[in-house]
Design a protein. Sequence first.
Lengths: 114, 111
Amino acid sequence: DTGVSQDPRHKITKRGQNVTFRCDPISEHNRLYWYRQTLGQGPEFLTYFQNEAQLEKSRLLSDRFSAERPKGSFSTLEIQRTEQGDSAMYLCASSPRQGWDEQFFGPGTRLTVL
Amino acid sequence: AQSVTQPDIHITVSEGASLELRCNYSYGATPYLFWYVQSPGQGLQLLLKYFSGDTLVQGIKGFEAEFKRSQSSFNLRKPSVHWSDAAEYFCAVGAGNQFYFGTGTSLTVIP
């Protein structure tokens, strides 16, 4: 399967713990995006990368959130000192071109903070 | 502020009936417009997109959408719905350096 993959698919953690999610985009896709989706809502844009450069961060991305794409391939999203409000599905997507175009989404990582 | 509005939270249609899902956006210029579908246990999949040109765009699975600048709308249509179309539908907008999804419309198809 050459689609976008995310790991883990599910994560349960206790409040205050740090968690890290990984996203592997489709090979040679320059753009990589992170979203958060809660039940009954549409995905909320968090951040995106053009190759290894982080071009935009939403105001939703508090200081506890950090994302990296060190070599322009896979990306990680870390949440420090998790809170119950962080419980959500975290989606990753990639696209092959600059500008807004079709995004290919991964299956998501479901985070539950107890 | 930019926003995407999908006024219908849930729609029920009979199989074979026509469908229209509404989407309105708020943005100063013409944004990039998209419709995505999310089925249970499936990832989001692009149905169609509009960047410029012909305001009626065709997508996959028999869907089409029409961009109306005067109404700031990008409504999704399908002439005859199939049971497999039951899913969550999201309108989305690329504007500036941000990307916005609507809250979604859940479609139920009854036999």
